[in-house]
Design a protein around this ligand. Structure first.
Ligand code: BG6
Length: 467
């Protein structure tokens, strides 16, 4: 495996610790080597790269970098610098690693580099022959609009055919996202109500408590819509809304997800709230007049038989009240309201809801109405929650990136995004990218600008949870 961007932030926080966890769990192939790569300017030696990996695992990993497992991992790391037109040190490091592995090893390239560097690395892989028979993992964001995504796909496809391309979206590696499939398609009582006859609206809510954490350069050019919505939240929507695939194999699964994207209406800027937290413009590296959004809430509609007329409300933003990952399905009311509510339930009835909380390790809950104990027939709200942590030993679960790295090694594309789907998502996003509504300020620690309540009316956001 060759890791481009091996000294960068993503490799440090996720990839190196994740690869060590996979090695320790015995999930890597019998024989393997990891070659780090980066531009020659300031590139580390093998020893320095191993020390860098040790520090990364110590700071961000789930297991400590010590003992025989670490020593073996460390011995399998090396470094080979590469610049456009000067790939020799990388070629030498790959040759040496392949000699150590023996046989005819398959190469896997991971591009953990800024999008501006994608094309030159891919072209270098093609020109040097390194790409022959290899697989490619590409990080998001995949383009910034339809034209750039098409151009990037063309560059990638000139060297790697689609069956060897693994576009990573780490949300799809989360345990509970897989569990949406299990919940929907393994249980006879769920799927019959998973449609417009029973569901009034859907919420996909990923508020973050953190701000931009020093990533001003990345964030100013990206914003929440491109960073979170067009990637992670739309992909989740695909899983929530898809038809049952014929099997769980990559092609039928991804075909069904892409059909959801095909049925998405082009976004209407009138149904989008863009926000910016107060103080964002004072962050180091941020333009004092910046119009970049740190928050987006929007309404998405699907023109298909299952979901016609059911709005999907998506929200994500930085510096909000809580960091959560929640999908809520709001159910329709029964045809007749026969019962008064008990006073202690507070104002307004919340109809039945199914709440999938995919914070690691996640939970699934339902909210429903029960009789308030006592002589009078009055209703109050109740909740049943299944918690992964309480029901299973989740210690051996893989983190999103780990799961996806493993799948790429195994050649399973089920949880990776596909070129046609990505292009379609940029296509439906075009009206918003062309005419974004102005950013509205919101207080850090809040849930976004006031306009979010108008956006979702007559429903209401399932977060924050009511006490
Ligand atoms: C990344 C975004 O893809 O996902 C970040 O670039 C965001 O801005 C992160 O904070 C959220 O991931 P998670 O798994 O922590 O919810």
């Amino acid at each position: 495996m060759v890791l481009f961007g091996a000294t960068g932030d993503l490799a440090q926080r996720k990839l190196l610790p994740g690869l060590f966890h996979l090695a320790k769990a015995g999930l890597l192939p019998d024989r393997w080597r990891i070659v780090g790569s980066a531009p020659a300017d300031g590139a580390p030696t093998d020893e320095e790269f191993r020390a860098h990996a040790r520090d990364a695992v110590a700071e961000f990993g789930t297991s400590k970098p010590e003992g025989p497992a670490w020593e073996e991992f460390e011995r399998s790391l090396s470094f080979g610098a590469a610049d456009p037109g000067a790939p020799e040190p990388l070629l030498a490091a790959v040759r040496e690693a392949e000699r150590a592995v023996g046989g005819d090893p398959r190469r896997l390239f991971h591009l953990a580099v800024p999008p501006s560097a994608f094309a030159s690395v891919v072209e270098m892989l093609g020109a040097t022959g390194l790409a022959d028979g290899a697989r490619l993992i590409v990080e998001k964001p995949f383009g910034t609009d339809l034209a750039s995504a098409r151009a990037l796909n063309a560059t990638v496809h000139a060297v790697f055919d689609e069956s060897r391309v693994f576009r990573i979206d780490h949300f799809l590696g989360k345990e509970s996202v897989d569990n949406i499939l299990a919940l929907r398609f393994a249980n006879g009582f769920i799927e019959p109500v998973w449609n417009r006859d029973h569901i009034s609206h859907v919420q996909i809510d990923v508020p973050e408590k953190i701000g931009i954490e020093g990533r001003a350069h990345f964030f100013e050019g990206t914003g929440t819509f491109r960073d979170m919505i067009v990637t992670h939240l739309f992909q989740l929507l695909g899983f929530v809304a898809m038809e049952p695939p014929t099997t769980l194999a990559a092609q039928p699964l991804r075909d069904e997800k892409e059909k959801v994207f095909q049925s998405m209406r082009r976004l209407d800027p009138a149904h989008v709230v863009r926000g910016q937290y107060e103080g964002y413009r004072d962050e180091p590296g941020v333009d004092p007049h910046s119009d970049t959004e740190t928050f987006v809430a929007l309404r998405v509609e699907l023109d298909n038989w299952r979901w016609a007329g059911v709005p999907f409300f998506l929200r994500s933003g930085k510096s909000l009240g809580q960091g959560r990952h929640v999908v809520t399905l709001g159910f329709r009311e029964p045809p007749l309201r026969m019962f008064p509510m008990a006073a202690r339930s507070g104002p307004g009835i919340r109809n039945n809801e199914l709440v999938i909380d995919f914070d690691d390790p996640g939970s699934i809950g339902t909210r429903f109405l029960v009789k308030d104990p006592g002589p009078a027939m009055r209703l109050c709200e109740a909740e049943m929650v299944f918690s992964y942590a309480e029901s299973f030993n989740t210690m051996y679960a893989l983190e999103g990136y780990e799961r996806l790295l493993l799948d790429a090694m195994l050649g399973d594309q089920s949880l990776f995004t596909r070129s046609d789907g990505i292009e379609r998502l940029w296509e439906v996003s075009a009206p918003l990218l062309e005419k974004p509504p102005p950013v509205e300020p919101y207080a850090p620690g809040s849930w976004g600008p006031d306009a979010i309540h108008r956006l979702i009316a007559p429903y209401r956001w399932s977060l924050p949870d009511r006490d």
